[in-house]
Write a protein that binds this ligand. Structure first.
Ligand code: GDP
Length: 458
């Protein structure tokens, strides 16, 4: 790959966040990383050994001591970026970090842009684009499970699958081209049956990848539980109990939860987002109406709905509003502390002809809460796709859908006995999109968009 002149600069940036900590790490990458670092770290020997740590004092202008540090050195070809890299571990103070960075720039380094270290790893062939994007997914993961999947992706398991698809597609195209070339001599290099079989195999793999991406999406954003029910039945109080903190405003005036309020809990390594909604009721109040529209949107997205009601007769009479899909709903009878003792017994009620258990809960006393939580957890575990392998981003997803569509068009053309040129055109479009997913062809705008999402120093 042709390097732009800016890609030859030696760059520097803090690799750790601005929060105070025991140490901060500053990264320097590029062909002059060692000589620039040595200008501050005069204790470094002339010959540096890769993967070795050196201890000493950094000195700035007029020989002033900047900090007591450790410098790690990674030789070209053996670092994250693929370039010669130094990492300075200094004390975790923003002023110290800023001063060291200033001196590094004085010594000839350029402040790195967002994601520039990962970009360098990409241009030096250390990572393909899908892996580079996984670096971001690992950093931004909202749960243990999402992080695990992103890590596997970083190790290249999705890339391997895509590379296999690329090879199969190249085989189909090469054979189509050969058929075209030898057509005049009536030689068929590969029969249509063989081409169809191979193209069908590719289409199956792509569809599998797309399905896995769709499943992975809920892992990335977290599973979603939505609280629904009439105003004032105790939804906000239950939300606070589930989140273990005071997130929603609890008020005895009906209709106070006007917008959705949410928070995230970690259950069994999965991020679960719990959202409270405006009460489901007809209202003249415009703001509350807006909230109710949002309620319906959220209900459609939900992995699980907790339908809260304080009055057993209301449920029994079949007066639930809204299009609640029964398999997604857990029914809660709230404010159980207000129920007289003789009325406390296991309850069921019928909704659209099906008997449903009711979970009696008091947000005031906490009664029934642990039973409800274990029911929610086991329902969520059942709804998780344990086969989910990949976490998608919209760039990858959009391109894979393009691959699938071009393949489908190519196959239709092949089945209909269209000219091999036309079939080849569709398949080469599919191949082009696979190249784009892996970043083997790209334009600068796409690169800018991908890497600008990163934080500095990554
Ligand atoms: P929402 O409008 O459905 O979100 O309901 P809120 O959570 O704001 O609660 C409405 C009223 O019911 C408030 O006055 C709460 O204090 C009260 N409340 C909520 N949960 C319970 C409960 O378990 N027991 C009792 N006694 N009161 C509750």
């Amino acid at each position: 790959m042709e390097l732009l002149s800016r890609d030859k600069d030696t760059i520097c940036a803090p690799a750790t966040g601005p929060a105070q900590g025991a140490i901060s790490v500053i990264r320097i990458s590029g062909s002059n990383a060692a000589s620039i670092t040595r200008r501050l770290a005069q204790f470094l020997p002339e010959q540096l050994e890769s993967h070795k740590i050196y201890y000493g004092y950094l000195r700035g202008e007029n020989d002033r001591v900047l900090d007591e540090v450790l410098v790690s050195y990674f030789a070209e070809g053996r670092s994250f970026t693929g370039e010669s890299t130094c990492e300075i571990s200094c004390h975790g103070n923003q002023f110290v970090v800023d001063e060291i960075l200033l001196e590094l720039v004085r010594a000839g380094a350029r402040p790195a842009e967002r994601g520039e270290f990962t970009y360098r790893a990409f241009i030096h062939g250390r990572l393909d684009l899908v892996q580079a994007e996984s670096v971001l997914d690992v950093i931004q993961s909202r749960s243990h499970r999402a992080a695990q999947i992103a890590l596997r992706q970083l190790q290249g398991n999705l890339s391997q699958e895509l590379i296999q698809i690329r090879e199969d597609l190249t085989w189909v195209l090469a054979n189509l081209e050969a058929n075209i070339d030898f057509a005049a001599e009536d030689i068929v290099v590969a029969t249509d049956d063989r081409l169809v079989a191979r193209a069908e195999k590719i289409k199956f793999s792509i569809e599998h990848a797309i399905a896995a991406f769709e499943k992975g999406r809920s892992l990335k954003d977290g599973l979603l539980i939505v609280l629904a029910g009439r105003p004032n039945v105790g939804k906000s109080s239950l939300l606070n109990r589930l989140l273990g903190e005071n997130r929603a405003i609890v008020s005895p005036i009906a209709g106070t939860t006007r917008d959705t309020v949410d928070g995230v809990v970690q259950w069994n390594g999965n991020a679960v987002r719990v959202v409270d909604t405006a009460g489901l009721r007809i209202s003249d109040d415009e703001i509350e109406k807006l909230g109710i529209d949002r309620t319906h949107e959220k209900l459609a997205e939900a992995d699980l709905i907790i339908y809260v009601e304080e009055n057993f007769e209301f449920l029994q009479d079949g007066r639930i509003e809204g299009d609640l899909k029964s398999e997604k709903v857990v029914f809660v009878l709230s404010k159980s502390d207000l129920l007289p003792l003789e009325q406390k017994r296991p309850r069921y009620f019928h909704h659209q002809g099906t008997p449903f258990p009711l979970y009696e809960v008091s947000s005031t006393t906490g009664e029934g809460l642990s039973t409800l939580v274990s029911e929610l957890q086991s329902r969520l575990v059942a709804s998780i796709d344990h086969e989910a392998q990949w976490i998608c981003n919209s760039r990858q997803f959009g391109l894979l859908v393009k691959v699938r569509d071009s393949l489908a068009d190519g196959l239709t053309a092949l089945h209909n006995g269209e000219s091999p040129d036309l079939v080849a055109l569709e398949f080469s479009e599919a191949l082009q999109s696979i190249y784009e997913v892996l970043g083997l062809v790209f334009d600068d705008q796409v690169m800018d968009r991908v890497f600008s999402e990163f934080c500095l120093g990554k």
